[in-house]
Ligand binder design. Structure first.
Ligand SMILES: Nc1nc2c(ncn2[C@@H]2O[C@H](COP(=O)(O)OP(=O)(O)OP(=O)(O)O)[C@@H](O)[C@H]2O)c(=O)[nH]1
Ligand SMILES: [Mg+2]
Length: 629
């Protein structure tokens, strides 16, 4: 192996939730997602690190696995990477096995398997801080002897032990491999070999690790309450309730600030520019359009602050455990919880996270319902319509009505996901759902820095979307709603004669039964590329984006122009419609079939139309048909 020519490659392999990604971030300075539950990483990620001696090493982060006998698609990624079976990739020069030091029993079998593969290897005992705090006594020298591999202790989140680890990696890398090339040395172990490995692991545990004198029972104590079948579920509901209340209550001042900022900015720019087309494009199309989406940043940050904190405490794995019975009843695998939870951010990572589910049927069911979870791109649409039609009142003396409606919209997404998966089970396959077996991590105090980094990543994704997707789309919307000009002597609004107006009018008959007018139809079209563009597009269509009136102005215009029934129907449409083409593309890629993508499009549009229709008709019947009332 010639290290001078190409960087030596080290691969991080280990059980789920052992801190591989945290170690990867500590080594490479990357900001990959870490969270206190298993199955976060589902793809290989590569980065570079420079060692103390100035050598560049390439680091590979891999999905967690308990064994090389891969069961799910993400575990197969790890196995293939270790064995050098990935197309165009040689096996890693050094395997760094990342162990949760507080849970050594689980990793020892993997260590023994990896040793059999024969690549040079280093064992990193991560989470060593927690092991020490728990009073766990690990005899490192004896463990080194028993396993025959170098061992370093690390605390990935505090970047402790990183230099030692790198030094150890360099030593074994330089020592070179005299061992057989990966693949040949490894085979699927048979039952006898598995039993033998199990015995070896138990023996090593007995000789090298002594349990703490006073075992850590804090986690156990908290769990008797939080995992209680009734109290636990109530606490979960309570947490979600507080979360949505906070989204509305706490974000308001920041949103007003952003609103005013963009209005001011638009006004200043307008003052410097001559009146005309260019001014309209920049001020009404671009500044107001992007501003009407960015204003939702505070709400998204608050929502994710809750989610990230709950993840890092270790609560989310408990939530999955609590939900397992309900989800199982609906035909969903317990492991579907994490993918569905990720879908609250965006369905795309959620659909990818379904790779941790090994049974193909369970995985497909999860993928098919993931887009029903309320992704963050829906927040702008929901909030706008809620602000326009739901009075800002307090009910029962303490709850904000607007927050309650938001809670209801999220609940509608969850309930429909459970219902659809129930139906999928009946229609496509009937087999048993596999029982849930997720490790419950120990509770941990979140690491402030890593919470902030995760939060910043979410905010960045949102802002990048505003720049990369929404800005260009808004320019298109502006063009389509400005040209062609109205003919001489036309009496209506200019937009009625534009291309967008024509499209809206052409599609209007399809949407009239569910209470949508042609302006709404125009907004739906660019909303296919990214849901939140509908908000900005409505602003353009209703021409409210003068410098003085941004978001609050739009809500006022909508409440004057739509009936309550129409507003509610629009919300119902947004709960179900398979909007955002990128999600559909990912479904095609992950299922590797057009069939499932088509099924998704058909069923979701069907539900959206039905949901909006029923909502509209019921609201009309209850007297919600007055425009401007
Ligand atoms: N106290 C402490 N926490 C750690 C340490 N290393 C990681 N963590 C935390 O452990 C949790 C899991 O870390 P990840 O890096 O996501 O684990 P992973 O092995 O990549 O997990 P998967 O990708 O799901 O297989 C996170 O909450 C980390 O912040 C450590 O050394 N000490
Ligand atoms: Mg990871």
């Amino acid at each position: 192996m010639d290290i001078a020519v190409r960087p030596a490659r080290l691969a991080l392999v280990g059980n789920p939730n052992s801190g591989k990604t945290a170690l990867f971030n500590a080594l490479t300075g990357a900001h990959q997602k870490v969270a206190n539950y298993a199955g976060v990483t589902v793809e290989r990620k590569e980065g570079l690190v420079r060692s103390a001696s100035g050598r560049t090493l390439s680091v590979l982060d891999l999905p967690g696995t308990y064994s090389l006998r891969a069961r799910s698609p993400d575990e197969a990624v790890t196995r293939d990477a270790v064995l050098g079976r990935l197309a165009g990739e040689s096996p890693p020069d050094v395997v760094v096995c990342v162990a949760d030091a507080t849970n050594l029993r689980l990793v020892l079998r993997l260590v023994l398997e990896l040793k059999a593969v024969g690549r040079p290897m280093v064992l990193a005992l991560n989470m060593y801080d927690i092991a020490q705090r728990q009073g766990l006594r690990i005899d490192l020298d004896r463990l080194r002897g028993a396993l025959g591999v170098p061992i370093v202790t690390t605390v990935a989140t505090r970047k402790r032990g990183i230099a030692d680890l790198l030094a150890e990696v360099e030593t074994v890398a330089l020592a070179g491999t005299v061992l057989p090339q990966g693949e040949g040395a490894w085979h699927e172990p048979d039952a006898n070999e598995i039993r033998a490995a199990h015995r070896d692991a138990e023996r090593i545990m007995r000789t090298c690790v002594r349990p703490p004198e006073r075992p850590d029972t804090l986690t156990g104590k908290i769990d008797t309450l939080l995992l209680h079948p009734v109290a636990g579920l109530l606490i979960l509901l309570g947490l979600l309730f507080v979360m949505f209340q906070a989204v509305f209550a706490w974000a308001a001042p920041a949103m007003d600030g952003i609103d005013a900022g963009f209005a001011l900015f638009g006004g200043v720019v307008a003052g410097f520019m001559p009146d005309g087309l260019l001014e309209s494009l920049i001020v009404d199309g671009m500044i107001a359009g992007v501003g009407s989406v960015i204003i939702f940043l505070p709400q998204i940050v608050i929502l994710f602050a809750f989610i990230i904190l709950l993840e890092d405490f270790g609560y989310m794995a408990r939530a999955a455990f609590l939900m397992d019975r309900i989800m199982g009843g609906a035909g969903l695998h317990g492991r579907a919880f994490i993918p569905l939870l990720s879908s609250f951010a965006c369905a795309i990572p959620g659909i990818m996270a379904a790779r941790t589910i090994d049974s193909r049927q369970d995985r497909l069911t999860t993928i098919m319902v993931a887009p029903l979870m309320t992704c963050s791109a829906r927040i702008p649409v929901y909030t706008l319509i809620i602000a326009a039609f739901i009075p800002n009142e307090t009910v029962w003396g303490f709850a904000s009505l607007q927050g309650l409606v938001m809670f209801g919209l999220y609940a509608a997404g969850i309930v429909s996901a459970l219902t659809v998966s129930f139906v999928i089970r009946r229609v496509f396959w009937r087999g048993q759902v596999e029982p849930f077996m997720m490790e419950l991590p120990a509770y941990k105090l979140p690491d402030a820095k890593s919470v902030l980094i995760n939060l910043w990543l979410r905010a960045k994704i949102f802002l990048m979307r505003a720049g990369k997707i929404i800005l260009p789309l808004m320019i298109l919307v502006w063009l389509a709603s400005t040209f062609p000009y109205p003919p001489a002597g036309a009496t209506g609004q200019p937009i009625e004669y534009s291309l967008a107006g024509m499209i809206g009018r052409a599609l209007e008959p399809i949407f009239a039964p569910i209470g949508f007018n042609w302006q709404m139809v125009i907004a739906l079209v660019p909303g296919m590329a990214a849901r939140e563009v509908a908000v900005a597009a409505l602003g353009t269509v209703y021409a409210v984006s003068d410098a003085e009136t941004a978001m609050s102005g739009l809500a006022a215009v909508l409440s004057a122009q739509w009936s309550l029934a129409t507003g509610l129907a629009f919300l119902a449409w947004y709960v179900f419609a398979p909007q955002c083409v990128p999600t559909l593309a990912v479904v095609k890629r992950e299922t590797n079939s057009w069939k499932w993508m088509t099924i998704m499009i058909v069923y979701m549009f069907g539900l959206a139309y039905l949901g909006a229709f029923v909502t509209y008709r019921v609201a009309l019947a209850l007297g919600g048909g007055n425009v401007g009332g």
